[in-house]
Design a binder for this molecule. Sequence first.
Ligand code: FMN
Length: 185
Amino acid sequence: MQRIVDVIGISGSLRKGSYNTGLLRAAVELAPEDLQLQIFDLSNIPLYNEDVRTVGYPEPVKEFRDRLASADALLIATPEYNHSFSGVLKNAIDWASRPPNPPIIGKPVAIMSASMGNFGGIRAQMDLRLILDGLMRPVNQPEVIVAKAQEKFDANGRLIDETTRGFIKELLMALVDWTQLLNRK
Ligand SMILES: Cc1cc2nc3c(=O)[nH]c(=O)nc-3n(C[C@H](O)[C@H](O)[C@H](O)COP(=O)(O)O)c2cc1C
C-alpha cells in the first residue's frame, strides 16, 4: 500500500473572501483518501530582502520553508492580477527558492486559479507555469481554471459548482499519482 501524500496548499490572495483560498478549502473537502492537505496562510511572509536573508530567515519564512520541506507536494491557488499571478505568490516562491536546501526545488506541484473575469486566471497560470517549470515538477492535466468565480461559490465561500468540484478531485488524484511516480525508487 502506498503511503499518504502530504500536501501544503497556498493561496496567492490574502483577502478574507478570496475565491482562490475557497478553492483550497474545497480541495481539503474533496481530497482522496491517500492525500492530506493543509493550507498554509502566506499573510505573515515579509517582502523578500536579500540582506535579511543573509542575516537569517524571518520566523514566518522559516515556518513556511520547513513546512514545504516536510511536505511531499505543493498545491497553489492563484488569482490573476494584471494578467499575471500575484506578487504575494512570487514573493513566497522567491523565499522558498533560496539556499540552504531550497525546499521548493524538484517538488511536485499542482495549480488552480480563479478569477471574476471570463478567462479564469489562465494568463496567471501560464506565467506561473513558466517559472515553476524551472523549479518544480508541475502536474499538467487537468487544468483547474475557474472563470466568473463569483457565480460558483455560495454566500459562505463554499464552492458549489459541481463541474469545478469534479476537476479539483481529478487534479488531486493526478497529484497523488505524479508524486508517487516521482518518489518511486
Ligand atoms: C490588482 C488586481 C488586478 C486584477 N487583474 C485581473 C486580471 O488581469 N484578470 C482577471 O481576470 N481578474 C483580475 N482581477 C480581478 C480578480 O480576478 C478578482 O479580484 C479575484 O476575486 C481575485 O482573486 P481572489 O478572490 O482569490 O482574491 C484583478 C484584481 C486585482 C486586485
